[in-house]
Structure formats: structure tokens, C-alpha cells
Design a protein around this ligand. Structure first.
Ligand SMILES: [Zn+2]
Ligand SMILES: [Zn+2]
Length: 369
């Protein structure tokens, strides 16, 4: 058998393996995405009645028309202003918004819909109003607006694409800003798992240390106005926020009902929030990722109460890989080499027989590189 025939046969085999791998990975993810969409639609009919100091349930604004004057529109403008979609009405910075549904609000709603992966109508339809009434991350979406429109990738970065230039980051928990009802062991375990998710993908390790003041990453539970210009707002509304590199602060709203290990039942609360889901999201910000417009992504801005979303998706992985490169422990010789070998149709068995993250990487490379 000639060498050429062997090469062709190997290439054909590799193409079959590639297609099989993509099907293996993509099919379940599409099914689960559809499931998520159905679940979201089902949940859209639920209304969460919670008294919040900053914003409320916007459900009475459903189907309000452009040009109309309805009480509550000014509050909606304040909400959209808070997350980067509406500029101040006046130049005095007093945020005196009117109750008129004007053209600027319509534009802001369209932009919000685009960034959160909703149908872009500029109207206050049910799905838009429901999402605006849902709890979310406190980090403004300004960076998404500046990033422009994406065709394939949904992840974004902060302006200037800041990142850490060290491969080992230390983290510590505040001794003073903590919760009575969660043990420090529970909180540490949750954050360990969340950090491990990111560390399994990129060549950055995270080590817990005792000294909060000198740690690179500082984690704590804070209530109301806590001095960083990003006051928390009580139950639901904003759940947490974290700052871009190399700031390192990750703050969780102490007013939320935080649960660990799917302990939604015993809390018996309709407003319970999963700590690990929020921790995983906020660590993404600490690393330099902005918000994603893909609903299944960990970096999507909104999180419904009593839901868990801790697994990094292809979109999350693709975003963080482009900042830091791949973790060499994934048994990839190097990202560049793998990229080239995939482009040449020669994916090694060693790579394909790797762990789940190996499959994620494979699909990432196929879809985005
Ligand atoms: Zn966020
Ligand atoms: Zn804060």
C-alpha cells in the first residue's frame, strides 16, 4: 500500500472521527438548549412578587406603546440607565426620567433585546418585561454595547480587554463580610468548585489564602451601599458584582437567600439563589470576561431564582481561551498546534480520548477558530 493511500485513509478516518465527535457534543447541547428555552417560556408565566428597594415588577408595562405616557416608564428608564442602555435625560446627572415611552427608550429596548438574545422588536413584549423583572448580575452591560454585534460568538470583554498577567492568583474571603446561615466551609467548597471550573480550561491556578488584604481576589457578602459606587438593592434585583482585572473584588449581595448544594427545598423560599452559579459567573468577570448574549452561557447577565447554572459552555470557554490560552494539562501539545492539526484534518486519538473539556475545546476550535 502506498504512503499516499495511507495518508488519505488516515485523513478520511480523522474526518469521520471529527464528525462523530461534533455530533456527540453538539446534539445533546442543542437538545438541552431547546429544553432550556422551553423551560424559560414556562417560567416566563411566573411572576415573582418581591419588594425591592431599587426596581420592581415591570409586568404592568407589557405592551405599552411608543408615544404613550404611563406611570412606571420612568422606573424602567432608570433600570435601563443602570445597566448602560439609557443616558440621563438632563445634563445634570439627576436622572429625572419622564414616564413617556419615547424613541430613545425604544432604541434602548432594542439594544437590550439584542444583548440578551431576545427577538429585537423595540417593544415591551412579555419575554422582554419578564427578563427585566428577573434578578441579574450588577455589572453594567456597557461593555456589550461597545463590543458591537456578533454573528457567531456571544462572549464579550471589558473595554481594553484587561486580563491578569500572572498564572497563579490567590483568593481570600472577608472575615467581617460573611453570612450567619452559611458555614465558611460550605462557602469555601462552593468557590473551590467554581474556581476549578475555570482553572481546568486556562493555564491559571487559584489558591485560597488567609490574608484578605493581600490576596489578588477578595470575596465577601455586602449589603446596600458598601463604598464602591455599586450599592446592592436588597432581595433579588442585582445579585452580585465583580470588577475587571486587576481589581480583584467579588461582592455578593448579603440580602439574597443564598443556597449551596441545591438546597432550594429546605430554604422553602421562592427567592433562593444558587451561590455556585453566581460565583462561577462572577469569577468570569474577575478573569476579564464580560456578559454573553447566549442564554445558556454562564456569563449571561440574568439568573432566575432557584436555578443552577454552573457548567461552562462552549461560548464561555471560547471567550476565556482567547484571553489566556489553553490549560496544558488538557494534554494538548499547544493550542496553536492543535488548531493547525485540526485545520489539516489530523486530530490525534490522544486528544479525542481526552476528558469532557477536551471535547469542548475541540468544538470551540471548530466553531470559532
Ligand atoms: Zn455579570
Ligand atoms: Zn461591591
Amino acid at each position: 500500500m502506498s504512503r499516499n493511500v495511507l495518508i488519505h485513509r488516515n485523513r478520511a478516518l480523522c474526518v469521520v472521527v471529527l464528525i462523530f465527535s461534533v455530533l456527540l457534543f453538539c446534539f445533546p447541547s442543542r437538545l438541552s438548549a431547546r429544553h432550556l428555552a422551553e423551560e424559560a417560556t414556562a417560567k416566563a408565566t411566573q411572576t415573582i412578587h418581591v419588594s425591592n428597594a431599587t426596581w420592581h415588577d415591570f409586568s404592568r408595562l407589557v405592551d405599552v406603546q411608543v408615544g404613550s405616557h404611563v406611570s412606571g416608564v420612568s422606573e424602567l428608564k432608570r433600570y435601563l440607565h443602570r445597566f448602560g442602555y439609557v443616558k440621563d435625560d438632563g445634563g445634570d446627572g439627576m436622572k429625572n426620567f419622564s414616564d413617556v415611552f419615547d424613541g430613545r427608550l425604544e432604541t434602548a429596548i432594542s439594544l437590550y433585546q439584542q444583548n440578551l438574545g431576545l427577538p429585537i422588536t423595540g417593544r415591551l413584549d412579555m419575554s422582554t418585561v419578564t427578563l427585566m423583572s428577573s434578578p441579574r448580575c450588577g455589572v453594567s452591560d456597557t461593555h456589550m454595547i461597545n463590543a458591537g454585534f456578533h454573528t457567531t460568538a456571544h462572549y464579550t470583554y471589558f473595554g481594553g480587554k484587561p486580563k491578569w498577567n500572572q498564572d497563579k492568583l490567590t483568593y481570600a474571603f472577608s472575615e467581617t463580610h460573611k453570612l450567619d446561615y452559611l458555614t465558611s466551609d460550605d462557602v469555601r467548597t462552593v468557590f473551590r468548585r467554581a474556581f476549578d471550573q475555570w482553572a481546568s480550561v486556562i493555564p491559571v491556578s487559584f489558591e485560597e489564602v488567609d490574608d484578605y488584604t493581600t490576596a489578588d481576589l477578595k470575596i465577601g457578602f455586602f449589603a446596600g451601599d458598601h463604598g464602591d459606587g455599586q450599592p446592592f438593592d436588597g432581595v433579588l434585583g442585582t445579585l452580585a458584582h465583580a470588577f475587571a482585572p486587576e481589581n480583584g473584588r467579588l461582592h455578593l449581595d448579603a440580602a439574597e437567600t443564598w443556597v449551596v448544594d441545591d438546597d432550594f427545598g429546605s430554604k422553602g423560599s421562592t427567592v433562593a439563589v444558587d451561590l455556585e452559579s453566581v460565583a462561577t459567573h462572577e469569577i468570569g468577570h474577575l478573569l476579564g470576561l464580560g456578559h454573553s448574549s447566549q442564554e445558556s452561557a454562564v456569563m449571561y447577565p440574568s439568573l432566575r431564582p432557584r436555578t443552577k447554572k454552573v457548567d461552562l459552555t462552549v461560548d464561555d470557554v471560547a471567550g476565556v481561551l482567547k484571553l489566556y490560552g489553553a490549560n496544558p494539562k488538557l494534554r494538548l501539545d499547544s493550542l496553536t498546534e492543535s488548531e493547525n492539526s485540526i485545520k489539516n484534518g489530523a486530530v490525534s486519538w490522544r486528544f479525542l480520548s481526552g476528558n469532557f473539556t477536551g471535547y469542548v475545546l475541540l468544538v470551540v476550535m471548530i466553531l470559532f477558530l
